[in-house]
Design a protein around this ligand. Sequence first.
Ligand code: IPD
Ligand code: CA
Ligand code: CA
Length: 255
Amino acid sequence: MDEQIQEIKQWLVEAGDRIKKHLNEELTVDEKSGRTDLVTNMDRETQKFLIEKIQQTYPDVQILAEESGYNHIETMQGTVFIIDPIDGTLNFVLEKENFCIMLGIYEDGLSKLGFIYDVMQGELYWGGRKLGVYCNDKKLTKPEDKALGEGLVGMNAYMYLHNQYRAQEIGRLSMGIRMSGCAGVELIAILKGAHVGYITNLSPWDYAAGCALLEAFGFCYSRLDGQALTFSGREHFIAGTPKAYKQISELLHFG
Ligand code: IPD
Ligand code: CA
Ligand code: CA
């Protein structure tokens, strides 16, 4: 596993270097489902780069990835590499920061490894159930199990505005809400102990890496109805410290 981890870390750093190198060049930006759902040449190139590396090294694995041609698999059986080449594409285009490259590895539906690379911060979070969580070479201490009222909650803007899943009440019960526009950044915030929860609407490539890391700390995640994530299509998503997750699950009547 050590060799695999070093290899993947190298791929991600190289992919991040390519993005940084082209950061101030003009991007090709296309709309997907609408004007706020974008894909750039760098999303496509990063995905292609990572898929080529995976296929050369692990020809037998399945790949699930956000862009062009790889965004559906029939089953999570066997080994599955799940990629978000740029998570937070709007941030990438408009802020040139607060975006991540993410890769999760699952075996028969169980998480094995997760990697979230905050490219502009130069912080690569990685680990898994059997390893704990590291930032670059430093092992993270498991954050305190804080309750909802003791911390900040990452929140999806649309869900908060429309008060879906009592989002506004959850916000009021917390110390405050934050909206970064990048699932990777939000999940890192929980892993660092900066936030106690995250409520949003995500696709498998948005949550795969992060969930593998949350598991290393025994933190909780699920769909917002309490059911297990399905790794197909978008799902309302909750993650948090055990205490915050329990409080929110009781509020939403699935705890
Ligand atoms: C998006 C970001 C955002 C989340 C969206 C995702 P993308 O990913 O993670 O925070 O709210 O649901 O689609 O499209 O920039 O990779
Ligand atoms: Ca994403
Ligand atoms: Ca993406």
